[in-house]
Design a protein around this ligand. Structure first.
Ligand code: NAG
Ligand code: NAG
Ligand code: NAG
Ligand code: NAG
Ligand code: NAG
Ligand code: NAG
Ligand code: NAG
Ligand code: NAG
Ligand code: NAG
Ligand code: NAG
Ligand code: NAG
Length: 695
């Protein structure tokens, strides 16, 4: 019991967040209240609102004239799209390369009072699925498509073609085993329209679907076979096709047979879009349901439009499912005949059938990496605009702010992104990192805050970067400055008051320290530090003068102040961390050499260290402000994803160990650390005033 409740809670939790449920199903009732869910009394499936799958459109209930007691809840509401040529639903958390059945359902019900259902197109991603055209205001329609997911998401797009606002009542996703419907592959899909999936049960409108059909295919009754006799069985019909078509026993337990030696019917797909160049894929299912006496023979031929599909006279197997399938050219009308052979003593039999339109899946879409990055950026900043469906394709529906490449061969890539004045708030998204073909990035006039991430300097195609008029803070990454200085990147960072590093010195963020108690402790210490620093500088000037006079050598360390290293750079500097020279409180220390040949000690935060990134950087900031070339001075730091490291000037002998110990045990922004800094400053003074042993 408890387990059930837990399972149900898990189920609901998953659904509410727009994820497939534990069966991998997504069942959306479009147009119901935001975040609401309900359980369908017949199928027991949980239907969810479309809130987390679509960002556009409006909810509406159908006209009360079209509300009937027999109407399932799903058809009472719909979502319609009065704005934009293309509006899309996104089904996420799929497995790339797996097979899925997607079903869209439509019931107009005169929701808009116009009395005339619209006509519009349905797309799966960039691939045309089918036209949606309802015969009258009270008509239902649903259509399936079985596809291989080209990515970990699928998008269902409704495209306005000037014949009324597109709308949708329901959207389902059902995973299929990859062996099912082998005709479906990366370049080919199967589309089912006009309910062309039939069982031969009683014509009282009974529908077979989940849970009888574990894939929730919808099987409706077929009543267009003249002079047929219905037969049924109660025993389980064995399924030898589990890996191919997996027809449920309940579908196979009913069949039609005839009073004569043949079953003849005409099958009319009633699809105006179909012509001779269209292709139909049909499957007929057979199983013997009656105990056939030793002298009785059921044997027949399967003939469609005068072509016999069976090579030998066909005899269905007792209580075992079998099938015939094939491809037909598109026609208005097919004549199907099952004709008993001369030797037969029993009439033919038919249990079920399916008719699919074969649709090619073209690979034309935005590069999957770029498309995924754009969707993630959209999530990060909550951009709506017309950001739906594929970012670059079709060209007419390109996402606002994007420019794409359209190469004759291969996928489109995003080359320019102008999100200027898009109202972006928060940190610069790490997802920009994945747009490898990006040449122009304009993020100006937004409310972006936090540091400028290092990875922007690693976007190899980037030629233009505008970050101006935001609230960015901290240093400008060295890689960007370098590229800006050598002319390979046009960089604009103006109007970010807290930025530093291009002429202005970087200060640690003092705003973090709050509270009167803290201030009471910090202010006197700060004053003490200031005093020490003044003394130290004085001492420095005196000593420096003497030294320069002696060597004529300028102190270069100030030029390197606050340099930000990428992890890759560190790897290079330390020759892949090959020489460990010590161990600090929070990780190992490696020897390295800078481009100018200077030796450095690279102190890397180990995985197990409890010290966080913020603290680590704060320590770096504090240390840079009290450095001196005769002491261990900080050259820079690395904060590249999870990699944190401090880079010190390396002193081959002497006080390196002391300093590593001193800096590693102190808690940043704490009283102890401030004390430590004061002590460091004191040490500076003492060394300064006493004879120096090194150099
Ligand atoms: C719907 O759910 C999401 C996430 O669960 C939540 O952020 C949002 O505020 C909810 N919306 C409403 C209207 O309840
Ligand atoms: C998909 O199936 C069709 C028809 O069987 C075939 O022509 C095509 O090459 C297949 N595509 C792939 C990617 O296997
Ligand atoms: C079957 O044929 C017999 C004799 O021709 C007839 O009496 C009977 O009504 C037929 N049954 C059906 C269902 O057509
Ligand atoms: C068949 O229909 C398709 C679209 O459904 C169309 O592109 C094609 O031109 C049509 N072909 C003929 C011969 O009518
Ligand atoms: C379909 O074919 C049957 C038999 O050939 C014929 O009676 C029927 O009128 C045809 N229907 C259409 C719509 O062409
Ligand atoms: C019909 O039955 C005869 C005699 O049993 C057999 O020789 C013949 O091969 C059968 N024909 C078919 C088509 O099965
Ligand atoms: C994007 O393309 C448009 C139209 O071709 C062009 O006017 C614009 O300058 C491009 N933007 C960037 C940033 O390249
Ligand atoms: C980006 O768009 C803004 C206006 O929306 C325009 O002023 C600016 O020049 C564009 N940037 C680029 C690089 O095209
Ligand atoms: C952006 O920042 C400014 C100043 O901090 C503030 O007034 C404004 O409301 C912010 N805009 C948004 C969309 O957050
Ligand atoms: C500019 O500097 C960057 C980073 O060091 C380098 O990758 C690029 O090749 C340089 N470009 C030119 C034109 O010197
Ligand atoms: C850095 O400062 C120099 C000199 O003030 C200026 O010319 C340059 O444009 C600045 N670079 C950036 C990226 O702001």
């Amino acid at each position: 019991m408890n387990l059930c409740v837990t399972a149900l809670l898990f189920y609901m939790f998953q659904l509410i967040h727009g994820q497939p449920d534990y069966l991998g199903f997504i069942s959306i009732d479009c147009g119901i209240e935001v975040n609401s869910t309900y359980q369908d009394s017949v199928s027991n499936m949980i239907y969810v609102s479309d809130y987390s799958f679509v960002t556009t459109g409006e909810n509406h209930g159908i006209s009360s004239d079209y509300v009937k007691p027999s109407l399932v809840k799903r058809y009472l509401n719909l979502r319609f799209f009065p704005h934009g040529a293309r509006n899309c639903y996104t089904l996420r958390s799929l497995v790339m390369g797996n097979k899925y059945l997607v079903r869209a359902a439509f019931y107009y019900g005169n929701y808009d009072g116009l009395g005339k259902p619209p006509v519009f197109d349905l797309y799966l991603g960039t691939n045309y699925w089918h036209e949606v055209s309802l015969s009258d205001a009270g008509a239902f329609n649903w259509m399936d498509i079985i596809v291989v997911a080209p990515d970990d998401y699928l998008q269902v797009c409704l495209v306005n073609k000037g014949m009324g606002n597109p709308f949708i009542s329901g959207l389902d996703l059902r995973p299929m085993k990859n062996t099912l419907y082998p005709e479906v592959n990366a370049t080919q899909s199967l589309v089912l329209v006009n309910s062309n999936r039939f069982h031969m049960g009683p014509t009282d409108g009974s529908v077979i679907r989940y849970p009888s059909d574990s894939h929730d295919r919808i099987w409706t009754t077929y009543n267009a076979i003249p002079n047929c006799i219905q037969i049924s069985a109660t025993s389980v019909i064995q399924n030898n096709l589990r890996d191919v078509y997996d027809v449920p026993s309940s579908v196979m337990q009913n069949a039609v047979t005839a009073n004569s030696s043949r079953i003849d019917f005409s099958w009319n797909p009633s699809d105006p879009s179909v012509n001779i160049s269209s292709k139909y894929f049909f499957i007929f299912y057979f199983a013997e349901l009656q105990t056939v006496g030793s002298n009785a023979v059921r044997q027949f031929d399967i003939i469609i439009n005068s072509k016999t599909w069976n090579k030998q006279p066909y005899t269905p197997t007792f209580q075992v499912t079998d099938y015939f399938s094939g491809i037909l050219h598109g026609m208005e009308n097919y004549s199907v005949s099952l004709v008993a052979t001369k030797n037969a003593t029993l009439p033919p039999i038919l249990n079920a059938m399916e008719m699919y339109l074969v649709k090619p899946i073209t690979a034309v879409a935005t590069d999957p990496g770029d498309a995924r990055a754009m969707m993630a950026i959209q999530d990060d900043f909550g951009v709506i605009k017309n950001w739906m469906g594929d970012p670059c394709i079709p060209k007419a529906s390109i996402w606002r702010g994007l420019n794409c490449s359209y190469p004759p061969v291969g996928a489109s890539k995003i080359t320019a992104l102008n999100l200027s004045s898009f109202g972006l708030v928060g940190a610069i998204s790490t997802n920009f990192r994945d747009l490898q073909a990006l040449q122009y990035l304009d993020l100006s006039h937004n409310n972006l805050s936090g540091p400028i991430p290092n990875f922007l300097g690693q976007l190899s195609s980037l030629m233009f970067l505008d970050l101006s008029s935001n609230d960015l803070s901290g240093p400008i990454p060295y890689s960007l400055l370098q590229r800006s200085q050598n002319g390979s990147l046009s960089l604009r960072v103006g109007d970010n008051v807290n930025l530093c590093g291009n002429g202005t010195a970087c200060r640690s963020d003092r705003k973090k320290i709050n509270g009167t108690l803290l201030t009471a402790i910090v202010v006197p210490i700060a004053a003490a530090i200031a005093l020490f620093v003044i003394l130290f500088l004085l001492c420095q000037v005196l000593k420096g003068k003497a030294k320069r006079n002696a060597t004529g050598h300028e102190d270069e360390s100030a030029l390197l102040e606050n340099r930000e290293f990428s992890y890759k750079e560190l790897k290079h500097i330390t020759n892949n961390f090959s020489q460990q020279i010590g161990k600090g409180g929070f990780g190992p220390v490696f020897l390295g050499y800078l481009e100018n040949g200077k030796s450095v000690a690279v102190k890397v935060r180990s995985e197990s260290s409890s010290q966080g990134g913020k603290e680590f950087l704060a320590e770096a900031q504090h240390l840079t402000r009290i450095h001196h070339k005769n002491l261990v001075s900080l050259v820079g730091y690395c904060k590249d994803r999870n990699h944190l490291a401090l880079v010190y000037e390396y002193m081959p002998e002497g006080n390196l160990q002391d300093h590593l110990r001193a800096t590693s045990t102190s808690k940043p922004l704490s009283w102890e650390q401030r004390l430590q800094i004061a002590l460091d400053a004191a040490q500076v003074l003492s060394i300064c005033t006493s004879p120096v042993s090194q150099h």
